[in-house]
Ligand binder design. Structure first.
Ligand code: GDP
Ligand code: MG
Length: 437
């Protein structure tokens, strides 16, 4: 699936020090292929990877991020951007507000009508009236009544009336009389877009002047969903899209393409058959879902905030010259501590979070290390090679630790320093974080 594919393509960058034209090429190819396989339109996939490339090469200066993390972040942000960037709400003002639901048969219109009524009733204390506008299938009218009963919302229907325009008009009159502030008009759909259906819903639109037209589409239909959206939008100029059936194993492609093809925001996603299975659409959260990487993105962002690029560069020089000392070590520890609670951080890493759930990570994990370093003289901190046996004894006593702790820290420090020097030849200074303590 798309998540795994993207994740794998980021792995390619893992061993590299920074993003270059050359090492990014493979990743971008994979990202593009993954998008295409998820039913993302070819043109969109192409321009997407071009933008990602440009941004990745431009943001290389942030050396504290590993290239694969940087790519995850850039791809995430671009995905969110592709899906509209910000969440767009529906219009619920009006006397009453009228929401018209359009889409093909089986897309989930009737189910969504019920879900939306339920959401606006419970979350925004509105008083909706549902309208059964599917005049062709008596079963559809019954279906809406069943849903209405479930959620405690009245349903207007008239089985003797075969004119959806009239039904909607009468329903709105009744809503006004009974003090409803919201009318949701469910409509009929065909199995494919046809002229009769389009004419009919256009007529309903013209007659009732809805405050909001929502186009409902089954996300499992992939590229077809995008084409249908385009046809409906050309005729109805709708205000927003509802993606249904995003539960289960649905590919994210439709969500990614629809916005850029019709230039209308996705406003809701249906995630199940139950009345509660409706989510307000947030581009950034959908991008998280597509990337399937837990909260890794916020982890990366936090790291980005806290690390100072200049400091990172000067440190890199020191490492290259093997001048990295205990003062630098201390400042790295304080950088890590600035990023927040260690357990919080660990829990953001996919996989790791769960594993560590019941294990006690001490927030003061670095305390012992810091105490030892503070007990060194400034000269010793800068020149770790001075640390002979008698100095070590003094430091142990001064920091309240035993000599084994001091020896272990110095040994770890030496190993880290060696490793960093080796890595710095490839520029991989950010790896050091993994070698602390
Ligand atoms: P309509 O013909 O457009 O009114 O579509 P319906 O609302 O009758 O839905 C068609 C089928 O899809 C029904 O069996 C619904 O229970 C199901 N359905 C609708 N939305 C969702 C959803 O978000 N997830 C799942 N799993 N099923 C859905
Ligand atoms: Mg229906």
């Amino acid at each position: 699936n798309l998540n795994e594919r993207l994740e794998r393509s980021f792995q390619i960058l893992k061993g590299h020090g920074k993003i270059t034209e050359i090492n990014i090429a493979e990743t971008l190819k994979d990202v593009r292929r993954a998008l295409l396989d998820a039913d993302v339109n070819f043109k969109i996939a192409k321009s997407f990877t071009a933008t990602v490339k440009e941004k990745a090469l431009g943001q290389n200066v942030l050396t504290s991020l590993k290239p694969n993390q940087l790519m995850v972040k850039i791809v995430h942000d671009e995905l969110a951007e592709l899906m509209g960037g910000e969440h767009v709400d529906i219009e619920t003002k009006g006397n009453p507000a009228v929401i018209l639901i359009a889409g093909l048969q089986g897309s989930g219109k009737t189910t969504f009508s019920g879900k939306l009524a339920n959401l606006l009733k419970t979350k925004r204390s509105m008083n909706p009236l549902l309208v059964a506008g599917d005049v062709y299938r008596p079963a559809a009218i019954d279906q809406l009544h069943v849903l209405g009963e479930q959620i405690g919302v009245p349903v207007y229907s008239d089985k003797d009336n075969k004119n959806p325009v009239k039904i909607a008009e009468v329903a709105i009159k009744e809503a006004k009389a009974k003090g409803h502030d919201l009318v949701i008009v469910d409509t009929a759909g065909r199995l494919a877009v046809d002229e009769t259906m389009m004419k009919e819903i256009e007529a309903v639109k013209k007659a009732i002047k809805p405050s909001e037209i929502l186009f409902v589409v089954d996300s499992m239909t992939g590229q077809d969903a995008v084409n249908t959206a385009k046809e409906f939008n050309d005729r109805l100029d709708f205000d927003g899209v509802v993606l249904t059936k995003l539960d289960g194993d649905t590919r994210g492609g439709a969500a990614l393409s629809i916005r850029s093809v019709v230039n209308k925001p996705i406003k809701f996603v249906g995630t199940g058959e139950k009345m509660e299975a409706l989510d307000v659409f947030h581009p950034s959260r959908m991008a998280d879902r597509i990337l399937g990487m837990g909260d890794i993105v916020s982890l990366v962002e936090r790291a980005q905030e806290q690390f100072d690029a200049d400091e990172a560069r000067s440190l890199q020089k020191k490492i290259a010259k093997n001048q990295f000392n205990f003062n630098d070590f201390l400042s790295q520890i304080s950088q890590i501590k600035k990023m927040g609670n260690l357990k919080d951080l660990a829990s953001m890493i996919p996989g790791v979070g769960k594993a560590l759930k019941n294990i006690d990570i001490d927030d003061d994990a670095f305390k012992g290390i810091e105490a030892i370093i503070y007990s060194m003289t400034p000269l010793e901190r800068e020149n770790p090679t001075l640390l002979n046996g008698s100095r070590r004894k003094r430091i142990a006593a001064g920091s309240g630790s035993n000599i084994q702790d001091v020896n272990r820290l110095i040994k770890q420090f030496d190993e880290t320093r060696k490793l960093m020097k080796m890595m710095s030849k490839g520029g991989k200074m950010s790896r050091m974080m993994g070698n602390l303590g």
